[in-house]
Design a protein around this ligand. Structure first.
Ligand SMILES: [Zn+2]
Length: 139
């Protein structure tokens, strides 16, 4: 006799399952659900509910799909947008945490972002990426 998880495993065989886009859709539906708690207008509340249902339908469709090539292509297209946004958010969180001890400067030649100790005065900085030396002022 098979238990539930073995049956589920057999059912999911050859199906697409979870990827970054599907995880994002789960997060999106949870955020919408939370936001909808504070929406008191009945029509707006209903529309957001419809969007949540549509997101779930898309999520279930993608997870159970057997067209794995197509779903991976969708995920790759999604990651092209998602990864830079995630990197930007991570960078700015780090920049905010470092705000007492470090300043961030852009290399004038290669545009790499450099972290400089927060000490007042004019400093000579060498870019580790392109080796260009430049002066920067920290006040
Ligand atoms: Zn550089």
């Amino acid at each position: 006799m098979m238990n539930f998880f073995q049956r589920l495993q057999m059912f999911m065989q050859g199906r697409y399952g979870l990827d970054t886009l599907n995880k994002f859709l789960i997060g999106l539906s949870l955020v919408l659900y939370f936001v909808n708690i504070f929406v008191f207008d009945r029509l707006a509340h209903f529309i957001i509910l419809l969007v949540i249902v549509a997101v779930y339908a898309l999520l279930i469709f993608r997870a159970l799909s057997r067209n794995i090539n197509r779903r991976s292509a969708e995920n790759r297209a999604f990651l092209k947008v998602y990864d830079p946004v995630k990197a930007w958010v991570k960078f700015n969180i780090r920049r905010f945490k470092d705000r007492e001890n470090y300043r961030y400067r852009k290399c004038p030649t290669c545009k790499a972002v450099l972290r400089v100790k927060n000490k007042k005065g004019v400093h000579t900085v060498r870019c580790p990426k392109c080796n260009y030396e430049f002066k920067t002022k920290i006040r």
